[in-house]
Design a protein around this ligand. Structure first.
Ligand code: NAD
Length: 507
C-alpha cells in the first residue's frame, strides 16, 4: 500500500490507495475497528484544522461510547487468539509494521507536519523514525522477555508467568502524535493484549494512516482498534468500560486526574504520563557552546511543545549576562515559517485555542513584572498561505521570580524564562519548587557536582550535558504531578502484563 496526497485548493488531503471510495469522501477519516475502516455510529464529524493555514482540511469521526463498545467487543474477541499467538509471529507482524512506517516515511512526515504545524524536517527526522523504532524495539524486546524463577532450596520452585491484561486502552496527546501513539500500542500488543486506542482529536491523521499500515502488515482484526473523537466522549468511554483492564495515558495533568478518578473504583492498571515544567540548570563551568546549542533546542524544539522541554532556565551568575546576550541573539535568528519549507526552524503551534493560551501566558508574564527580551507576540510569516496560521515568535523573558505563575504553570509553547542563581542549594530549591517532576537538564563539567545535583532533583529523568538523548530501554516517566508509573523497556512490558506466581513442590 502507498499513501497518497492530493492537493485541492491549497489543502493537502491524505488517503490510502485502495481505500479511495470512502463513504463520505477522502477528506473524512474513519475508525479502524475489527480490521476494517468504518465511520462513527453517529455519522457526525469534527473539523480538523491545518494549524499553518488556520483552515479546516479534513474531518474526524465524532465517535462516542457506542463506537467504543464495538471496538472493545472486537478487541475482546481477538484476545484469546492473539495472546496465544507465538511471540515470534507477533514479532514478525510488528516488524512488518515498522518496515511499512519506514517505507512511507515521506508521506507520514508530511501528514504529521500538516496536521500538527511542526516543521516537516522535524517530522521526518524525529517523529516518524521514532514511530517505526517503537514497533521494532518492542517487537524484538518481546523475544527476550523472560519469566523470573525463585528456588527454595530442596523444597519448591516458583516461576512467574507474565500474562497479558486483556483489553487495554491507549490514549495519547497531540504534540508527538504518531511517536507517542505507537510508544503505547507497540508494548501493549507485543505482550499479547488487544488495544482500543484513541489519538488526540487535534492530530488524528497519522493514526488514521497507521490503520492502513496495520491492515497491510497482516495484524489480525481486533488486535488494534483506533477510535477517533473527543476526550470527554471516546477517551472517557474507554476509561469507564468494565472490560478495559489497563489504561496507558499521556497528556495533561488535569486529564490524568480525571482518569484516575473515573477508574479509582474499578482497579484498572494505570500508567499516567503528564505535564511538566522542567528546569534547565546551567552552571558557570559548563561547556558553553554545546550548552547554548542544546539549550536553543531544549527551549524551542517543536515550538516548545515537548513535555521534556526545559522552559525554566537557571544560569549561574558569573555567566548570566553572556548567556543572555547570546541566547537572545540566536533565538532571534530561529526562522518561524511555513512548516513545509525546509528553511523553517519553527512552525505553527497546534491550534487556535493553544495559540491563545500561549499569548495569555506571555501577557501574564508581563503583568507579573517580566521583561520580554525577544519575541512576545504572533509571528508574521511570509508564505501567503500561512497568513491565518497560528505562529508565535520564540520568546525569552527575564526578571521573574521562580514562584510566580509564569514559572509554575505549564505553558507548553515557545516561551522560556531565564533566572540567575548563586548557590547549588538555591538552584535545587528553585528547580524543585513546581508541582511537576518530569525531567531536568544539568550543565557542568564538574562530575561530582553533576551527580550531587541530579540526586537532589525531584524528576524521573535527568540529562547531564545533553538533552533528549533517548535509550528506549530506560525507564521513562515523571514524579509528583508529572506521572505515575514508568514506560520504556521492561517497565512497559511489565505494565502490560500481570504476574502470576506458580509454586511447585519439589519432593
Ligand atoms: P490532554 O490531556 O488534553 O489530552 C490527551 C488525550 O487525552 C487526548 O487524546 C484527549 O482527547 C484525551 N482526553 C481528554 N479528556 C479525557 C478524558 N476525560 N478521559 C480520557 N481521555 C481524555 O493533553 P494534550 O493537550 O493533548 O497534550 C498536552 C499535554 O500532554 C501537556 O500537558 C504535556 O506536558 C503532556 N505530555 C506529557 C508527556 C509525558 O511523557 N509526560 C508527553 C507528551 C505530552
Amino acid at each position: 500500500m502507498v499513501l497518497i496526497f492530493l492537493l485541492t485548493e491549497d489543502v493537502p488531503v491524505v488517503y490510502k490507495e485502495g481505500q479511495m471510495k470512502k463513504k463520505r469522501g477522502n477528506k473524512y477519516l474513519e475508525n479502524y475497528i475489527n480490521g476494517e475502516m468504518i465511520g462513527p455510529e453517529s455519522d457526525t464529524y469534527i473539523d480538523n484544522y491545518n494549524p499553518a493555514t488556520g483552515a479546516v482540511y479534513s474531518f474526524i469521526p465524532d465517535s462516542d461510547k457506542k463506537d467504543v463498545a464495538i471496538a472493545v467487543k472486537a478487541a475482546d474477541k481477538a484476545f484469546n487468539s492473539w495472546s496465544q499467538t507465538p511471540v515470534d509471529k507477533r514479532c514478525r507482524i510488528m516488524l512488518r509494521i515498522a518496515d511499512l512506517i519506514e517505507q512511507n516515511l515521506e508521506n507520514l512526515a508530511l501528514a504529521e507536519s500538516i496536521d500538527n504545524g511542526k516543521p516537516l524536517s522535524l517530522a521526518k527526522s524525529i517523529d516518524i523514525p521514532r514511530a517505526s523504532a517503537n514497533f521494532r524495539f518492542f517487537a524484538t524486546g518481546i523475544m527476550h522477555f523472560a519469566s523470573e524463577s525463585h528456588i527454595m532450596e530442596n523444597s519448591a520452585i516458583n516461576y512467574t508467568n507474565r500474562k497479558p491484561l486483556g483489553v487495554v486502552g491507549c490514549i495519547s496527546p497531540w504534540n508527538l502524535p504518531l511517536y507517542l501513539f505507537t510508544w503505547k500500542i507497540a508494548p501493549a500488543i507485543a505482550t499479547g493484549n488487544c488495544v482500543v486506542a484513541k489519538p488526540s482529536e487535534i492530530t488524528p491523521m497519522t493514526a488514521d494512516l497507521l490503520s492502513g499500515i496495520c491492515i497491510e502488515a497482516g495484524l489480525p482484526p481486533g488486535v488494534l482498534n483506533i477510535v477517533h473523537g473527543y476526550g470527554h466522549k471516546v477517551g472517557k468511554a474507554i476509561t469507564e468500560h468494565p472490560k478495559v483492564k489497563g489504561i496507558s495515558f499521556t497528556g495533561g495533568t488535569k486529564t490524568g486526574q480525571e482518569i484516575a478518578q473515573v477508574t479509582a473504583g474499578t482497579f484498572k492498571k494505570l500508567s499516567l504520563e503528564m505535564g511538566g515544567k522542567n528546569p534547565n540548570i546551567i552552571f558557570a563551568d559548563c561547556n558553553f557552546d554545546e550548552m547554548m546549542r542544546t539549550t536553543l533546542r531544549s527551549s524551542f524544539s517543536n515550538q516548545g511543545q515537548i513535555c521534556l522541554c526545559g522552559p525554566r532556565i537557571f544560569i549561574e551568575k558569573p555567566i548570566y549576562e553572556k548567556f543572555k546576550k547570546e541566547f537572545v541573539e540566536r533565538t532571534k535568528k530561529l526562522k518561524v515559517g511555513d512548516p513545509l519549507s525546509p528553511k523553517s526552524r519553527q512552525g505553527a503551534v497546534v491550534s487556535k485555542e493553544h495559540f491563545e493560551k500561549i499569548l495569555y501566558y506571555i501577557d501574564l508574564a508581563k503583568k507579573e513584572g517580566g521583561k520580554i527580551l525577544c519575541g512576545g507576540k504572533k509571528a508574521t510569516v511570509t508564505a501567503s498561505r500561512c497568513k491565518n496560521g497560528w505562529f508565535i515568535e520564540p520568546t525569552i523573558i527575564e526578571g521573574l521570580p521562580p514562584k510566580c505563575r509564569t514559572n509554575q504553570e505549564e505553558i507548553f509553547g515557545p516561551v522560556a524564562t531565564i533566572m540567575p542563581f548563586e548557590r547549588e542549594s538555591e538552584v535545587i530549591r528553585y528547580a524543585n519548587s513546581t508541582p511537576y517532576g518530569l525531567s531536568a537538564t544539568i550543565w557542568t563539567e564538574d562530575i561530582s557536582k553533576a551527580h550531587r545535583t541530579a540526586a537532589l532533583i525531584e524528576a524521573g529523568i535527568i540529562w547531564v550535558n545533553c538533552w533528549l538523548v533517548r535509550d528506549l530501554r530506560t525507564p521513562f516517566g515523571g514524579v509528583k504531578n508529572s506521572g505515575m508509573g514508568r514506560e520504556g523497556g521492561w517497565e512497559a512490558l511489565r505494565f502490560f502484563t500481570e504476574p502470576q506466581n506458580v509454586c511447585v513442590k519439589l519432593q
